[in-house]
Design a binder for this molecule. Structure first.
Ligand code: 5GP
Length: 142
């Protein structure tokens, strides 16, 4: 995946946006969608994506960048509260060389606890009931 690759409408997040693939949603509005990461690097790992077809930061408009950050800013305290996290990591990767694996722009919100090491990228698929419980707690905290 190169930074200059054309947008692939069959990528997994495009399918989630079109409801062709299931996801555990925590928030959505006209321009963004937030859902649980299926392979969380820590419990409570949420992804925020724009609805527009943008592969990475180079192809995302300033308006959509603002929209993603506004949703991230809304959800960060909810994730913090729901997970009782003393730390929060926001991350965003562009291009395979940076570690991006899904070619649709996304922001990671990852709760951090001192002494609890983050799992690697895409290490382990979470238990769906557990993810649904966490999502309900996050939604209740918005
Ligand atoms: P990236 O490596 O592109 O920054 O992050 C992609 C993220 O998407 C990873 O954290 C990975 O666990 C997550 N992911 C990959 N496939 C799926 C999926 O089918 N559903 C959900 N909810 N997350 C996914």
């Amino acid at each position: 995946m190169q930074l200059t690759d054309a947008y692939d409408p069959q990528n997994i997040f495009a399918k989630i946006l079109r409801d062709e693939m299931p996801s555990i949603r925590v928030f959505e509005d006209e321009t963004t969608l937030a859902f649980m990461d299926i392979m969380p690097q820590a419990p409570g790992h949420v992804l925020v994506i724009p609805r527009v077809a943008a592969t990475n930061v180079l192809t995302l408009s300033a308006d959509d960048a603002r929209a993603v950050m506004t949703t991230t800013h809304l959800l960060a305290p909810a994730v913090q509260k729901a997970m009782e996290a003393p730390g929060l990591m926001l991350a965003q990767l562009n291009g395979a060389a940076a570690g991006q694996t899904v070619p649709h722009f996304h922001m990671h919100i990852i709760p951090r606890h001192k002494g609890l090491e983050m799992l690697g990228h895409g290490t382990e698929v979470a238990d769906m009931n557990e993810l649904a419980d966490i999502a309900a707690r996050i939604r209740a905290a918005i």
